[in-house]
Design a protein around this ligand. Structure first.
Ligand SMILES: NC(=O)C1=CN([C@@H]2O[C@H](COP(=O)(O)OP(=O)(O)OC[C@H]3O[C@@H](n4cnc5c(N)ncnc54)[C@H](OP(=O)(O)O)[C@@H]3O)[C@@H](O)[C@H]2O)C=CC1
Ligand SMILES: O=C(O)C1=N[C@H](C(=O)O)C[C@H](O)C1
Length: 242
């Protein structure tokens, strides 16, 4: 039986993953949280999942690398420096980083890329996400992932067209930009709408998460798949065979 260790084990996602391990036929190798040493769990597990904090990413990657244990990074709010750390670790171990582990969102990103490629820049792209009141980062990792998909469809770099703040006298919308808006409230698990607004018509592609178990199942599936891969950086598309 394969075993999985969890960084962020006592958080919302950590507990959701622990809830489903037995039914997925997986052994729990233990977890680590803010005040714990990440090394023992890395040594005990066949694969790790990280749903904790960007501040912990460097030490979690170092522990996984030292133990030679593959790791799924689900933590969001990560920046270019974090991505460089992930690329570096992926020279020695298998690492999968994703803003969303659900099958539905991975497929949605495909559809967004396709729509963005077929609709010209006169179709404005806006991404609206809604999450629970406890979420720390914005835009969500998923919104950024969908933005990357839209930008890839248009063959532009997201960093050059991204607009995340329209407070104040922001002026008319610049053609070709991709806008982001974030809503926070109550217990919303995670909603994402990608709006393609044309002249006189609009297309909306959306994913509505109704329970955290969808992310937990995807994370476990990814970890079991990753445990069999050689060193390298992977995405959920590969896990799901898309
Ligand atoms: N990719 C995906 O599909 C999904 C990603 N997420 C992302 O996962 C992350 C966690 O979300 P969620 O479970 O809701 O958050 P929670 O705040 O509920 O849990 C975070 C957990 O991480 C631990 N933690 C915080 N800081 C550190 C640290 N420095 N070192 C080790 N552990 C730490 C906390 O431990 P302590 O309590 O001791 O501080 C806590 O157990 C977020 O970034 C979120 O956006 C969430 C859902 C799906
Ligand atoms: O913090 C959350 O809860 C979630 N975070 C991820 C994100 O930032 O996109 C995934 C999911 O939407 C839930």
């Amino acid at each position: 039986m394969s075993s999985i260790g969890i960084y962020g084990s006592q958080g919302r996602m950590g507990l959701a993953i622990q809830d489903i391990l037995a039914s997925e036929g997986v052994r729990y190798a233990g977890g680590a949280d803010a005040s714990d040493d990440p090394v023992p769990v890395a040594q005990a597990a066949d694969a790790l999942v990280d749903f904790s904090s960007p501040a912990a990413l460097e030490s979690h990657l170092a522990a996984a690398r030292a133990a030679g244990t593959p790791i799924v990074i689900g933590t969001t709010g990560i920046n270019a420096q974090h991505h460089a750390l992930i690329d570096d670790a992926a020279r020695d171990i298998a690492v999968l980083q994703t803003g969303n582990t659900s099958l539905g969102v991975v497929l949605l990103a495909r559809l967004v890329r396709e729509a963005a490629a077929r609709l010209g820049p006169d179709w404005d792209i806006e991404i609206v996400e809604a999450h629970h009141r406890h979420k720390l980062d914005a835009p969500s990792g998923t919104a950024l992932m969908l933005g990357e998909a839209a930008a890839a469809g248009r063959e532009v770099a997201l960093g050059e067209v991204r607009v995340a703040d329209r407070a104040g006298l922001s002026g008319a919308r610049a053609e070709g930009t991709i806008g982001f808006a974030s809503i926070r409230g109550g217990s919303i698990v995670g909603d994402h709408h990608v709006i393609f607004a044309g002249a006189g018509e609009r297309i909306e592609l959306a994913h509505l998460a109704q329970e955290r178990a969808i992310f937990a199942r995807g994370a476990v599936k990814a970890a079991l798949w990753l445990a069999k891969q050689p060193a390298g950086r992977y995405t959920m598309d590969a896990v799901l065979g898309l």
